[in-house]
Design a protein around this ligand. Sequence first.
Ligand code: NAI
Ligand code: MG
Length: 359
Amino acid sequence: MKLNICLLPGDGIGPEVMDQAVKVLEKTAGIFGFGLQTTTKLIGGAAIDATGGPLPEDTVAACKAADAVLLGAVGGPKWDEIDKAIRPERGLLGIRKALGLFANLRPATLFEELKHACLLRADIAAKGIDVLIVRELTGGAYFGEPRGEEVRGGERVAFNNMIYSEHEIERIARVGFEAARKRGKRLCSVDKANVLDVSQLWREVVIRVAKDYPDVELSHMYVDNAAMQLVRAPAQFDVIVTENLFGDILSDEASVITGSIGMLPSASLGASGPGLYEPIHGSAPDIAGKDLANPLATILSVAMMLRHSLDMPEAAASIEGAVKSVLKEDFRTGDIMQEGATQVGCVKMGDLVAERIAK
Ligand code: NAI
Ligand code: MG
């Protein structure tokens, strides 16, 4: 078997963290005995400089032909002044659209060794945080038609529509149930069914889909309560599935409470075809080119890629185990540094994880 992975390093620290992730992926391929072919393509500011646009045609073609796509980060001050239509971030939106990625998976994990970084009270942090948020990405209020602004009764009004079809709800619910099946077998569907019609349909469809997953325990929660529960008692959650707008807010909330943006990976999945894996952080221009970036978010994105797109859970677990070992041995990049630990750079952190990959 030979995996074809398309690499999109992008801008700022993107290429630095990408190099470390590829190092770990290559080591994992060697240990687990799978072939690997990588193709590196331009996206974001790097693509603008070379071609005039943030998402060249051959980048899209290479991504579509790949088994999975790994992305670093895009953007930076160099491109902040240019026309909005060709900004680096457009490259990211464009590739998500081209690959039909409707499900965004964001784990928020508080590593045992990084509890000092957690923003929550120590007694809450002590119980741990290990939540996976599955956010619907292509529907809801961000895309519903009609949208816009008009004059009604002499004053301006503006409106967006939260619209979901049964089909859209069913496919994201299935992603949630499948993810729960691979983890703690508990799924919490977050909605606002006490107020919104769209949420009533959401809940109905989720309950229907649940019949196919008798091994997964389903619960429902209103979004305002979910926002409270995430800071009050996050340990109660395993997988959360929710619509686009609620998921945007809850996934940022969940990740920030863990306190370490440099640690968190993400996945975006479509109905078929390659998934896109990337760290949740941006291009960090303030530390780019200084060997200071934490590569663990991108390395953990490789683990998600092996688990969700390539059906290699053992290889994924091996990478996650290697990351835990490095943390347990008290190696830290600057962003997660604490007293008594050994500070290392981006490259060294990549080496340390790669050395610890084992079957
Ligand atoms: P950012 O995530 O790049 O940086 C925020 C802060 O976190 C900075 O202090 C940075 O040094 C630090 N940081 C981020 N990742 C880190 C890592 N791996 N290791 C150590 N420290 C890390 O967000 P910011 O500053 O708002 O945006 C910078 C650029 O990145 C902008 O052009 C923005 O548009 C772009 N961006 C791109 C994203 C993407 O490609 N998915 C997501 C977010 C922002
Ligand atoms: Mg957001």
